[in-house]
Design a protein around this ligand. Structure first.
Ligand SMILES: [Zn+2]
Length: 59
């Protein structure tokens, strides 16, 4: 599930949420002020996962 970054237009706080792609802009609310005036910033999920050399195992 990709992680999206959002910023509240009400209080200016930015936050990250893990959301399904089809739900990325649905039912958004600021965790601080509960405003739904939230804009989505660039998504931060890894585009090229090869760079993270962890266990090297794909699940
Ligand atoms: Zn807010």
């Amino acid at each position: 599930m990709p992680m999206y970054e959002y910023r509240c237009q009400g209080c200016g706080k930015s936050f990250e949420l893990l959301r399904r792609m089809q739900d990325s802009d649905r039912d958004l609310k600021c965790p601080e002020c509960q405003s739904d005036e939230v804009e989505r910033l660039l998504s931060t999920f890894a585009a090229g996962g090869c760079k993270s050399s962890g266990s090297g195992r794909f699940t």
